[in-house]
Design a binder for this molecule. Structure first.
Ligand code: SAH
Ligand code: MG
Length: 944
């Protein structure tokens, strides 16, 4: 390989040498032949040439497919080749010199280096000039020496020229050394220092310049202390804090070098900035000794790194996105433009752990909410107003930047609206044709008679993530469509984030699992590229995960969020029950604080606390135990509970003062105490709308409707299918009816617990005062699914099922219909569900509630359904068909009615209701099947 020749890899935008241009045009077809020629003798007779004494000369013949050229003679082979290439370009009519920037990057590098060491630069306002001035103060053999890594890091021009010559310097700071060394050798004004990666000026600066500088420097007195972090090479050793004492007339890189065990900064390498772009936080580490020899002998010339095996500092490399070797120090210190003052900041363990946390999708969300211990990346984007913290799209962009991937590419697909108006139920469960954007919903594809709602188009969004080299790594193409473009962006981004988050929470996940997680979210990925991009993350985090970090797999299904999560021991709730409790979709506002508790005399240390922290119930946006505790509380109450200690790195990322908690932070030896007060509950969108638009609220009207029919029917037994927190049952205890036996069934433990509480307090006051107002003898709550038969609920006089079926998948709603009429056989059954056609009115006429984005005139339609837990909402036609078919199959009659709005006015009732009546007597005998469990029971006899 020839020295100083054009590099094999050249970035496009950079000026090319003639030879490089020829190479681009002809590749292997350009053939250079260099021949050595001897100086002709003065008599011009070749035969009498003198024996060769002086330097040889070279001539180059360049053969191209169409023609060939022969150059003049040159002292160097390389020049002969360039000249031949230039002649060929001339013949081809291409003039590389026309571009004034078309300079050999090597020449430019030499030029830049000479400028940096000029008198002029020394007094410039460039941050690097401060290093030059400080270097003048270095003593002894170090006097005036500037480390090459400092030149490379602080001069953007120099580093971009080096990148042009060898693009790999971008990821490996060591590779810049041979380039700068070589350029220094070629420049006349800079001398290299033996075995040291430092440069100095050949001739001293003029005395007058030196004098002013000496005067300036000597005015600097005193010293500063800053804290930095030592990140040991081995991932087994934890990062620790260390203090740097820097006297103001010291050269600070020397101080850092000494902490790394070196005598001075000559062989220290410096990374790019880590964290915020504006920060001066960088990693300092030592060039491996084994490479130094190669460097000075010019061997370290290759494009491959030659670091000794096992010396990769994985955490440092992961943080900076560059190769970092050996032990590294993370410090925030440096010079800024136009000032000769050092700027510095303490880097605490908390900063360090936050940097690591900010590389994970969930971590980015936690940090944006300023709730490291409490927040979680939500599993659903319901609407802009309900989302707290940075938006998914921004999180995804930051994630890509953090991992040095290209910015994500979003593309919006707009769909005609038919699908949405005709098959509203099909939006959540995707049953999709391969090509077109039409969503087909089986069993509901007869659209005749349906009323179209609006005629706007809908949008879906595709996201692609590319590597730095523009290879496609991840592709997410959800079919789900939205009325607002922004919702499509956010939801597609959230899919990618959720998928990445699954991976970061379980980095040893195998490909199969990763693929099937991707399938659910409509994500495809290139497994090889993906693994390559995140290999460092795997080695950094799997170590933690193996030391007590449970890869907690958060369950996204809201039905499962009911469990008590990771709470330990009992939950202590204080304060009177105000009756205002959150439910799925409510926005709650809380104050919380989390303390580390140890058995010892240290007591408690506050780790994290937040005033007025808001989140949406049921979307998984906080850790599950926090959510489950909050759902048991009512406004004004406070609770205290203990939770399993999360991974240490999370605690350290949230701890205000790690020096206080570090000594007591033993794995398994401490727990976290959480104190929380529920400040406020804002009802879910559906309830808010129903309250804003209807008086009395729609939910009250539904209950009143049912109560009216129960009274008229003279029923003595009632079962409420999907009773929720018992709003209907409660009303039935408040007014006189003929009911003696009242039963509620639900599968939500949380709702049942709340129902039990309310009914209990109702019944205990009733029995004291107004017992006569009811003839109720027994009230029972069962835990069970209404799509499964339990013979204890067979043959009741009346069954109610208010606003429940839309919370099931459509096939389950059909199943429920069959089971209830064929097995439970109530004499009367009342079923209510939203009328989808009414949503235009609900959503269009309440802009003050729903308008989420003031810039968007398009009235908010992001909540296509009234409640994000709805799996479908039917038009009158769809509900009519469901109920009529059902009635016909099971020998019931059916009447339609509703509440809110009117039957004869478009678009009908807000809540549509079907009233079924059994035509025949039902069979007397039924097999005993016990599938439900009793959650709570009250008997009038046992009360006296
Ligand atoms: N009927 C109540 C609650 C409506 S919310 C009211 O009008 O206020 C819907 C309820 O249906 C929720 O409590 C949910 O837990 C319940 N549910 C959904 N699917 C169910 C199933 N398969 N079995 C029993 N309950 C169900
Ligand atoms: Mg509902």
């Amino acid at each position: 390989m020839e020295t100083g020749g054009p590099p094999a890899v050249v970035v496009k935008k950079v000026p090319l040498t003639p030879k490089a241009i020829i190479h681009k045009m002809f590749g292997e077809k350009a053939c250079y032949k260099v021949e050595e020629v001897h100086e002709p003798t003065h008599n011009g007779c070749p035969g009498l040439a003198l024996p060769q004494k002086g330097p040889s000369l070279y001539r180059c013949c360049l053969q191209l497919p169409e023609f060939s050229v022969v150059s003049e003679t040159f002292k160097r082979k390389k020049d002969a080749e360039q000249s031949a290439a230039e002649m060929a370009l001339e013949k081809l009519g291409i003039n590389p010199a026309a571009d004034p920037a078309a300079q050999d990057p090597w020449d430019a590098l030499v030029g830049r280096l000479s400028y940096l060491f000029s008198n002029e630069f020394l007094s410039s306002l460039h941050p690097l000039s401060c290093h030059f001035r400080a270097a003048l103060q270095r003593v002894g053999h170090l006097s005036c020496l500037v480390p090459i890594s400092v030149l490379a890091v602080y001069d953007a021009k120099l580093s971009s020229l080096c990148k042009t010559i060898n693009p790999k310097v971008e990821s490996d700071p060591l590779l810049i050394m041979p380039l700068v060394l070589k350029a220094a050798q070629r420049s006349g004004s800079v001398s290299t220092h033996e075995d040291q990666l430092s440069l100095r000026r050949k001739n001293p600066y003029p005395p007058e310049i030196m004098q002013t500088l000496v005067n300036q420097q000597s005015s600097l007195a005193g010293s500063i202390w800053i804290s930095a972090i030592l990140i040991p090479c081995s991932v087994e050793k934890t990062a620790i804090s260390l203090m740097l004492k820097i006297a103001l007339n010291d050269y600070y890189p020397d101080v850092i070098a000494q902490k790394l065990g070196l005598s001075d900064a000559s062989t220290v390498l410096v990374s790019r900035t880590v964290g915020k772009a504006s920060s001066e936080m960088r990693l300092y580490f030592c060039a491996p000794k084994s490479c130094l020899g190669d460097l000075s002998s010019g061997l370290l010339d290759s494009t491959e790194s030659v670091y000794p095996k096992g010396s990769l500092n994985k955490r440092g490399s992961y943080l900076s996105g560059q190769l970092v070797y050996g032990d590294a120090i993370l410090a925030s210190i440096g010079y800024k433009w136009k000032s000769s003052d050092l700027v510095y900041e303490d880097v605490s363990l908390r900063t360090y752990y936050r940097l690591l946390l900010s590389k994970t999708p969930c971590g980015l969300y936690k940090l944006s909410r300023d709730a490291v211990l409490a927040a979680e990346l939500p599993g659903a984007f319901t609407s802009r107003t309900n989302w707290r913290g940075s938006f998914p799209r921004d999180l995804l962009c930051t994630f890509c930047r953090q991992h040095r991937l290209s910015e994500p590419v979003f593309s919006i697909v707009s769909n005609p609206l038919e699908s949405l108006t005709e098959f509203p139920g099909s939006q959540k469960k995707l049953k999709v044709t391969e090509s077109g954007n039409q969503v087909i919903n089986k069993g509901a594809n007869d659209s005749s008679g349906s009323v179209p709602i609006g005629s706007r188009e809908t949008f879906s969004c595709e996201v692609k993530i590319f590597s730095r080299c523009q290879d496609l790594i991840i592709e997410c193409s959800p079919k789900q469509s939205f009325k607002k473009q922004n919702d499509a962006f956010q939801n597609a981004s959230l899919r990618v984030l959720s998928w990445l988050n699954k991976y970061f929470k379980k980095l040893d996940m195998d490909l199969e699992e990763l693929t099937s997680c991707g399938d659910i979210l409509d994500i495809q990925f290139d497994s090889q590229l993906f693994i390559k991009e995140f290999s460092l993350a795997v080695s950094v985090y799997t170590h933690w995960q193996s030391i007590g970090v449970q890869a907690e797999d958060r369950v996204l299904d809201p039905a499962c969020v009911n469990q008590l999560g990771d709470t330990v021991g009992s939950i202590d709730i204080k304060g009177p029950d105000s009756g205002v409790s959150p439910s799925n979709g409510s926005l709650v506002s809380v104050v919380y604080s989390i303390c580390l508790v140890t058995g010892g005399e240290h007591g408690k240390e506050l780790i994290e606390s937040t005033e007025d922290f808001e989140f949406e119930i049921g979307s998984g946006s906080v850790i599950s135990c926090l959510e489950s505790v909050v759902t048991q509380m009512s406004v004004g109450q406070s609770a205290r509970f203990y939770m399993k200690s999360p991974p240490q790195d999370l605690i350290l990322a949230s701890a205000r003062d790690s020096s206080l908690i570090l000594p007591v932070l033993t794995p398994g030896g401490c727990s976290l105490e959480c104190t929380i007060t529920l400040l406020q509950v804002t009802e879910p969108l559906e309830d808010r709308m129903e309250q804003a638009l209807f008086s009395p609220p729609l939910s009250k009207q539904r209950v009143d409707y049912a109560v009216q029919h129960i009274k008229e029917s003279c029923a003595s037994s009632l079962v409420d299918f999907g009773c929720g927190s018992g709003s209907l049952l409660e009303s039935l205890l408040e007014c006189p009816t003929s009911l003696e036996k009242i039963v509620g069934v639900d599968l939500s433990q949380k709702s049942l617990a709340r129902a039990a509480k309310i009914l209990h307090s109702k019944l205990s006051t009733n029995s004291n005062a107004t017992a006569s107002s009811t003839v109720v003898k027994s009230v029972l709550l069962y835990d069970g699914s209404i799509t499964i038969f339990d013979s204890r609920l067979y043959g009741f006089d009346i069954g109610t099922c208010l606003e429940v079926i839309e919370h099931m998948e459509e096939d389950q709603a059909h199943l429920f219909g069959d089971i209830v009429l064929s097995n439970f056989c109530p004499r009367i059954l009342i079923v209510s569900t939203p009328n989808y056609e009414y949503n235009v009115i609900l959503q269009g006429s309440t802009p003050q509630i729903l308008e989420e984005d003031p810039d968007d005139n398009n009235h908010s339609q992001s909540c296509k359904f009234r409640n994000h837990d709805h799996k479908f909402e039917w038009t009158r036609e769809q509900f009519g068909r469901w109920a009529s078919d059902l009635a016909a199959r099971h020998n019931y009659s059916v009447e339609f009615s509703g509440v809110g709005g009117a039957a004869d006015k478009e678009p009908g009732f807000a809540s549509q209701i079907a009233l079924f009546r059994r035509v025949d007597e039902c069979p007397k005998n039924v097999d005993v099947t016990l599938k439900y469990s009793v959650i709570w029971e009250w008997n009038s006899t046992s009360q006296f």
